[in-house]
Design a protein around this ligand. Structure first.
Ligand code: SF4
Length: 109
């Protein structure tokens, strides 16, 4: 249980860093807090579903409600989309530059 939460926290922090520490705008943050405070899973500042501390979770742009009562910010979605498009390709070793990659460097088939 505690390991799951630590692992989830580390995963969230990794995404937070990857997004360039993108935080929710004040109005988005407030909207998220209001949704959470009216939720049946809200328990003393924590979410019973994911175990997160709501005030932190609501501030991080790339976080989302585990049951989709609120989602990632538009800026985060855009960042993740751009990141996917610009993901570096694994370089292909081609010993014979006269033969296109993905073919045998010797016979060319
Ligand atoms: S994150 Fe979602 S499930 Fe958890 S308390 Fe907020 S609204 Fe409820």
């Amino acid at each position: 249980m505690i390991y799951d939460r630590i692992s989830q926290f580390m995963h969230s922090m990794k995404d937070f860093a990857k997004s360039g520490f993108e935080v929710a705008k004040p109005e988005e943050f407030q909207k998220r807090l209001t949704t959470c405070s009216n939720c049946e899973h809200y328990n003393n500042g924590m979410c019973d579903v994911c175990g997160c501390v709501i005030i932190l979770k609501a501030k991080i742009g790339c976080e989302e409600c585990p049951i989709k009562k609120w989602t990632k910010t538009e800026d985060c979605e855009k960042f993740l989309e751009d990141e996917k498009k610009n993901k570096p390709k694994i370089p292909v070793f081609n010993p014979n530059p006269n033969i296109p990659p993905y073919k045998c460097g010797g016979c060319g088939k």
